[in-house]
Design a protein around this ligand. Structure first.
Ligand code: FA5
Length: 348
């Protein structure tokens, strides 16, 4: 009997150690401590023993009974406690706030520009940032070795790299596009005339950077081709767009400017809204900020785009979106846009 009890005690302790959930625990309780449980049966059997045996075994059996009841009680507490912790969810607690970012100020201005131009019937196009020399220069009336190439400090792609990636036979002349103007040619070739489009996008220049010049910035190209397009069409579209973005009447100043892909060509300045024309670092104390290059599309460019220059004429412009955003928000250093400085970005 003593051995039986010891064997059973070991079995019970082993099983209790393994038990993981309330159902399994209850099954063990019934199996050993229930009315017909194994331990209960052995304990009941003691009453049928002789007085002598009862004396020695009774005390031993009682100790085991007390010990095992205690282990059962503790196991129950542990299991029920862990269940509570695992499953309890306080649905009344406020949720954890997910930190949200927001749209970059340049993209905000770009989105506004797109809305303004689509409201005037322009379509929005896109083009590659890694561009061929042909579309970036040649087709825009800037042949190789022409001094006009020096106007835009260009990141040329190492030809050995281009050859390696495209096979040895093919020579690729690739540049990081210096302006959004190449999309003019791509669009003319694809859609023909008449055409009204804008192209927002990122451009790259090997530039000496300062408060007004960055190496990576955004432009918005505009192109309108139809019969009898004149500079009057250009200035009215630009005034409409700039007043819409800056939420005030703007003054434009047209200066003669040389771009081989337009004739005549202009640099267009906007009166500085940061200092209201008094002079500040952003406008280099001149009261005007150069915002655009523009002009009437050169006949050679129309030809490169497959459009008859005798029938159609057009205007084109390329605007610095960063400069426009600077003016809209009163930002005095262009380098802040690419700085990744959250103290700056959080203000928009
Ligand atoms: C051009 O890029 C011509 N493609 C624009 C054009 C298009 C002329 C169509 C005629 C017809 P430009 O290099 O001037 O031109 O640049 C246009 C505008 O981009 C500038 O007026 C200025 O607002 C902005 N810009 C130019 N360089 C930088 C720079 N380094 N950092 C920031 N903005 C710049």
């Amino acid at each position: 009997m003593k051995e039986k009890l010891e064997k059973l005690k070991k079995e019970i302790l082993d099983n209790l150690e393994k038990v993981k959930n309330p159902d399994a625990f209850r099954n063990l309780e019934v199996k050993y401590l229930g009315r017909k449980g194994k331990l209960t049966k052995i304990l009941k059997g003691i009453s049928g023993l002789s007085v002598e045996e009862k004396k020695t075994l009774g005390k031993f059996a009682n100790e085991i009974k007390v010990e095992l009841r205690d282990v059962f009680k503790k196991t129950k507490e542990i299991i029920e406690g862990s269940v509570g912790r695992e499953y309890f969810v306080d649905v009344t607690l406020p949720g954890k706030k997910i930190k949200k970012g927001h749209i970059h100020p340049i993209t905000q201005v770009q989105n506004e520009l797109e809305d303004l131009f689509t409201s005037m019937g322009f379509i929005i196009l896109d083009g590659p940032e890694l561009e061929s020399d042909y579309y970036n220069f040649e087709a825009l009336n800037i042949p190789a070795h022409h001094p006009a190439r020096d106007m835009q400090d260009t990141f040329y792609i190492d030809p050995s790299y281009a050859k390696a990636s495209e096979g040895k036979q093919k020579k690729l002349d690739l540049v990081m596009r210096t302006h959004t103007s190449p999309v003019q040619i791509r669009a003319m070739q694809k859609y023909g005339a008449p055409l009204k489009l804008v192209v927002p996008g990122r451009v790259f220049r090997s530039e000496d950077i300062d408060a007004n010049h960055d190496h990576t910035f955004y432009q918005l190209e505009g192109l309108m081709i139809d019969e009898n397009i004149s500079i009057a069409n250009l200035t009215s579209v630009l005034k409409e767009m700039l007043s819409g973005i800056l939420k005030q009447e703007v003054k434009l100043r047209l200066r003669p400017g040389y771009f081989p892909f337009v004739e005549p060509g202009f640099e267009i300045d906007v009166n500085c809204t940061i200092c209201t024309g008094k002079g500040c670092p952003s406008c280099k104390n001149g009261g005007w900020l150069e915002m655009l290059g523009a002009g009437l599309v050169h006949p050679n460019v129309l030809k490169a785009g497959g459009i008859d220059p005798k029938k159609y004429s057009g205007f084109a412009f390329g605007m610095g979106v960063n400069r426009l955003a600077m003016m809209k928000y009163g930002i005095d250093d262009i380098r802040l846009f690419n700085s990744g400085d959250l103290r700056f970005l959080k203000q928009f």
